[in-house]
Write a protein that binds this ligand. Structure first.
Ligand code: 5GP
Ligand code: MN
Length: 338
């Protein structure tokens, strides 16, 4: 298959437009949403590879840095957690996988008016964040998938660390090629990278088989705590700060936990509520099929995708739990789920 054929027709114009916008930039901050996941990190790395191939100056900004489970991942450049001492005066920014300016982190969000920005994303509602160029495609499985097309439009081969970055994003956001967003386009793209040396099994191994004892203990305790609500259609688990401390686990050790709750037969919505500080809780929602947890999250000021969404509640755990379960119930009522 020709490289250009890997870009689906509907994405070609956008990919070409973004490649041109990259050429028109220099002194670039590359960033994604706070608490970056595999897609955010993969898309950021891919953008850096494109900028590097064009001879541009760039710096990676991530708040509060990359999670420890991505330690193995070759990020092209130092990850800056503040913009206070940049290696150059930033003039431009590439924003990735982030539906709202606030999710970039306060420091970068405040600097946006003075930067020329490109925005590339697959979240609904992220339109209008790029002052120089904006490309939002909710039908893309991952922002890293879109970055692959930009790289192809910039005539880069999808090999080596660039391919690893794209595969990391795709594996993360498709749940290892399992979620409903695992399109033929994603599989063609991945097949091409595998054909050219990308080792998917090794990547999965490095991502999955690195649990700490603390994480195992935490999951064991939480699996016992999870409760069924609304006659079994909702599985809910609250996680207190104390739980992490007692188990010797980190916030990021909860990555992937909410998916386990969805595995129970009859559960339509899985919900985890994590206490980050006494009056601030983060929630994660998962569903499948037509059940729209993004709508439930949006009622509480959050966002995401139809089957995977999240947000933050400024309340204590008791109040936040009630608000979260009420928003989920409203959505299930709207869908006619008993
Ligand atoms: P997770 O539950 O894994 O943190 O996030 C699931 C999905 O919801 C991701 O697509 C993520 O971008 C989105 N999401 C999580 N937290 C927030 C939030 O606070 N605001 C918005 N708009 N989206 C969020
Ligand atoms: Mn994503």
């Amino acid at each position: 298959m020709q490289r250009i054929d890997l870009i689906p027709q509907r994405f070609r114009q956008g990919a070409e437009r973004m490649a041109q916008a990259f050429r028109d930039m220099d002194q670039v901050v590359v960033a994604a949403h706070v608490n970056p996941d595999g897609d955010a990190a993969g898309a950021v790395a891919a953008a850096c590879h494109v900028l590097r191939s064009m001879g541009k100056e760039f710096m990676v900004y991530a708040q509060p840095g990359l999670p420890a489970y991505l330690d193995f991942f070759p990020m092209p450049g130092v990850v800056h957690t503040t913009l206070e001492h940049p290696p150059f005066k930033p003039r431009c920014a590439v924003l990735l996988d982030c539906g709202e300016p606030e999710r970039l982190g306060r420091e970068l969000a405040a600097r946006l008016p003075e930067l020329m920005t490109i925005n590339i994303d697959h979240h609904l509602g992220g339109d209008g964040m790029g002052s120089a160029a904006n490309w939002v495609e909710p039908t893309a499985a991952a922002t890293a998938q879109l970055m692959a097309y930009v790289a192809l439009a910039a005539e880069l081969p999808l090999t080596g660390d660039l391919a690893t970055a794209i595969a990391l994003g795709i594996i993360t956001d498709t749940g290892g090629f399992c979620h409903g967003n695992t399109s033929a386009d994603v599989l063609y793209l991945t097949a091409h990278m595998v054909e050219h040396g990308c080792d998917i099994a090794l990547l999965r191994e490095r991502l999955e088989n690195t649990w700490s004892r603390g994480r195992l203990t935490l999951w064991g305790q939480l699996l016992q705590r999870a409760s069924l609500e609304r006659r079994g259609s909702v599985c809910f688990c609250p996680v207190h700060l104390e739980d992490l401390r007692k188990c010797g686990a980190l916030k990021e050790d909860l990555e992937g936990f909410v998916e386990q709750l969805r595995r129970l037969r009859g559960v339509h919505v899985a919900a985890v509520l994590r206490e980050d500080s006494p009056n601030c809780c983060k929630f994660s929602l998962r569903s499948y099929g037509s059940i729209d947890v993004r709508a439930a999250a949006a009622r509480l000021g959050g966002g995401g995708h139809r089957n995977a969404a999240g947000g933050t509640l400024r309340a204590d755990m008791a109040v936040a739990s009630a608000q979260l379960l009420a928003a989920i119930a409203e959505e299930l009522d709207a869908e006619g789920v008993a």
